[in-house]
Design a protein. Sequence first.
Length: 228
Amino acid sequence: MAKKILVVEDEPKIARIVKDYMENSGYQVSILSHGNDVLPQVQKSMPDLIILDIMLPGKDGMEICREIRKFSTVPIIMLTAKVEEIDRLIGLELGADDYICKPFSPREVVARVKAVLRRAIPEPVSEQLMAGPIVLNQLTHHVSINNEELQLTNSEFELLTVFLEQPERVFSRNDLIAMVQGYDFEGYDRTIDSHIKNLRKKIDQQLPGQKMIQTVYGVGYKFMPPKS
């Protein structure tokens, strides 16, 4: 069955181009142009992925992303015409899985959608990974700490999977981009940093003071399991 993609974009020309390219790649695409229409539509019929413009009439993309994350981990790729890096990072900290800056190549959009959807449908080697009180099930896409469920976005889940599979290994940002984002574009170091920040915060809320995800300055990150 074709994956359902919701494109939220108020510029008709851009929306039509994205729709055409996505449909030519085998996806089922619907379009919304007003921010106030998004939440009712998502709650009525959950898409497999949302392409969400930041600047919209009514609710903007940031507010929409924040509200969706209250009840769903559906993959979200944000579109932005803003050049300030801080705006893109705010979107990622709100729970977006990726962002694309306008102007963009429609082929890049298709590549990003495919990469994000691959992360959303994992192909596990081992069903369950554990590190102390952390239990990650790759088949059910479920994470718990001390038997309490941890709500993670797809990017956060994939990062944690990589860390649990190879604890104590130091990963460079480029390593994590290739392994988690699924593509090898330059300039996305801060994307990984934002996902790491979000993942740390969620783990710290359950295991304060553990500092399992450590920064290796000048290199990248590593995961240190809790000592028994």
